[in-house]
Design a protein around this ligand. Structure first.
Ligand SMILES: Cc1cc2nc3c(=O)[nH]c(=O)nc-3n(C[C@H](O)[C@H](O)[C@H](O)COP(=O)(O)O)c2cc1C
Length: 185
């Protein structure tokens, strides 16, 4: 049995939900998990020496949360050893435009370079639109963006775009190909 550290920073809660689902899947595959909310943990806390690391981070205004950045930077040396997977959560991932896809890849790769972590796998995951939970300004901004993108603009309801089946498949592939071969070695 291996230990997988799953760290996340979530502003509206969807990345937390995604990482909780990732933890459930890893456990169902027979491994232990340590779930870390990077917004609550101190970087000085002891590193649990996991056999694999999964980090989830949402994009807000073209940036990943500062807490995730700080967490990875603080542990980048230890994180360079075990296999890693980065889950980038956004809405732009649903765009059909090539430019948007390129921009997302660039955002993730420049973030990872700046924090000094090179995960083996990077996945772009669709998040959620929580109109009913946003304050007036966020709701207004998000509605404008979604209108321009041809997305839903009914602010009386929330929309969850995460493909849970695809997420679980990514986790299973990661565990089987990256974690289990190294555990067996
Ligand atoms: C204020 C705000 C700004 C956002 N900015 C972006 C953005 O720049 N690009 C993008 O693709 N998605 C953007 N999103 C969508 C989020 O990435 C999406 O809602 C995600 O599910 C949020 O994850 P969280 O709930 O873990 O914070 C934004 C959402 C909000 C509320």
């Amino acid at each position: 049995m291996s230990t997988v550290l799953i760290g996340y920073g979530s502003i509206e809660g969807q990345t937390r939900k995604i990482c909780q689902r990732v933890a459930q899947k890893v456990e169902a595959l027979g491994h232990r998990t340590v779930l870390v909310d990077t917004t609550e943990r101190s970087e000085k806390e002891e590193w649990p020496n996991p056999d694999a690391v999964i980090i989830g981070a949402p994009i807000h205004e073209h940036h990943y949360p500062a807490a995730v950045r700080r967490y990875i930077k603080a542990h980048s040396e230890a994180m360079s050893k075990p296999p890693g997977m980065f889950l980038s959560v956004s809405l732009a991932v649903m765009s059909d435009e090539e430019d948007d896809k390129t921009a997302l890849q660039h955002l993730a790769s420049s973030f990872l370079e700046s924090v000094g972590w090179q995960p083996a796998d990077i996945h772009q995951i669709a998040g959620a639109l929580k109109y009913t939970e946003y304050n007036f300004f966020k709701r207004f901004i998000m509605k404008q963006i979604l209108r321009a993108a041809g997305g839903p603009t009914d602010t009386h309801q929330d929309y969850e775009f995460t493909d849970w089946e695809a997420l679980e498949k990514n986790v299973e592939d990661f565990v089987r190909t990256r974690l289990e071969p190294s555990a067996a070695a």
